[in-house]
Design a protein. Sequence first.
Length: 110
Amino acid sequence: MPKITISNQANKVVVFNLNNESPVSILAILQENNIDWMHACGGNGRCTSCKCNIISGQSKLSNKSEVESSFFEAGKILDNQRLTCQTMPLGDITIEVPEKNKLPDVNYTN
């Protein structure tokens, strides 16, 4: 089964089922596994608070949505970043929480 590794949360690993017919966002997978992750707009793609840095596995992610593309064009997300509410993992990936998006009550490593 594929996994999401969160490098700056002590390499926490979340295993998920890959369903190609009904892909699920990174944010939904994290929430299903009780991982606190910033998402100010409720995971509706209206802000960038849920963004993550992609450490590895860029090729194992869904294509950028229109929403992500518009944030990218506006300079609000970088090449190595994706919105967890808009991105579906298609295999093993490693991500991290950007400094700006860290929650105050979560212990981060690195």
